[in-house]
Design a protein around this ligand. Structure first.
Ligand code: CAA
Length: 259
């Protein structure tokens, strides 16, 4: 499928999604959000894709939601735009395969929010993060008020959102917003290496781990541990559990089949 603002590639079991509107620093307009929704459909249906990488073309990952599109919106239209972004980002967050954000540059507003809907964030030293919305007279609208506090704690989230400060990758790493900071020339290599490492494990088990962590984080500890036991038990109905354990005992390489 061809897209106007997104380039979709596949490398082995890895789906690579590149935001490709570099003249507007990959700002998210509703057209791009709808394209991303379609990309998620493709990723979801493709059983050969075990992990996904998101990145941006040019000097930005994503410099936010598209300000020129938002400028003239009325309240109902603004709400609909927020609902669209939240719906698409939530689909990514709950996609049944891990998603890595390879953050090459600006990740501001909706860009920072998109990265937070991913499972892992690897950033170039050139990347910059922030939620500058209040400076535009709006609140973060694609999950920023919710996911930032959950990731870095209420204290830092409030500081970042109220001040609209832009921080460097190193500070983002120090406050626990991202997993890793690397040199720009090795960013994709690092993301690919991590994706390959994830793909070498049993995809069903990885998928169940993602679900258990995401759902468990919203539950009380007893319900969460019950959920974990169910996921753990379910693994024993899979081919990959038999194969993984057999291969270990027979001291040979494993051959997972995602089933
Ligand atoms: N929306 C629309 N266009 C954008 C954009 C955005 N978020 N960010 C950048 N652009 C456009 C610029 O208007 C400019 O277009 P022209 O060449 O046609 O003038 C082009 O991208 C290049 O940008 P700059 O010339 O500004 O590049 P710079 O290197 O000087 O500055 C920057 C880079 C600091 C990221 C600056 O572009 C900037 O501050 N951008 C806006 C960041 C922002 O406020 N993001 C939050 C948006 S609101 C939001 O995301 C709401 C939400 O939560 C859903």
């Amino acid at each position: 499928m061809e897209f106007k603002n997104i380039i979709l590639e596949k490398d082995g079991n890895i789906g690579i999604v590149k935001f490709n509107r570099p003249k507007a620093l990959n700002a998210l307009n509703s057209e791009t959000l709808k394209e991303l929704d379609n990309v998620i459909d493709l990723m979801e249906k493709d059983n050969e894709i075990y992990a996904v990488i998101l990145t941006g073309e040019g000097k930005a990952f994503i410099a936010g939601a598209d300000i020129s599109e938002m400028e003239g919106l009325n309240a109902l239209e603004g709400r609909a735009f927020g609902i669209l972004g939240n719906k698409v980002f939530r689909r990514l967050e709950t996609l049944d395969k891990p998603v890595i954000a390879a953050i090459n540059g600006f990740a501001l507003g909706g860009g920072c929010e998109l990265s937070m809907a991913c499972d892992i964030r690897i950033a170039s030293v050139k990347a910059k993060f922030g939620q500058p919305e209040v400076g535009l007279g709006i609140t973060p609208g694609f999950g920023g008020t919710q996911r930032l506090a959950r990731l870095v704690g209420e204290c830092k989230a409030k500081e970042l959102i109220f001040t609209a400060n832009i921080i460097k990758a190193e500070e983002a790493f120090n406050i626990g917003l991202i997993n890793k900071v690397v040199e720009p020339e090795v960013l994709m290599e690092e993301a690919m290496n991590m994706a390959k490492q994830i793909c070498s494990n049993a995809p069903v088990a990885v998928k169940l781990c993602k679900e258990a962590i995401n759902k468990g984080m919203q539950m009380d500890i007893d319900s969460a541990l019950n959920y974990e036991s169910e996921a753990f038990g379910m693994c024993f109905s899979t081919y990959d559990q038999k194969e993984g354990m057999k291969a270990f005992l027979e001291k040979r390489d494993k051959n997972f089949k995602n089933m």
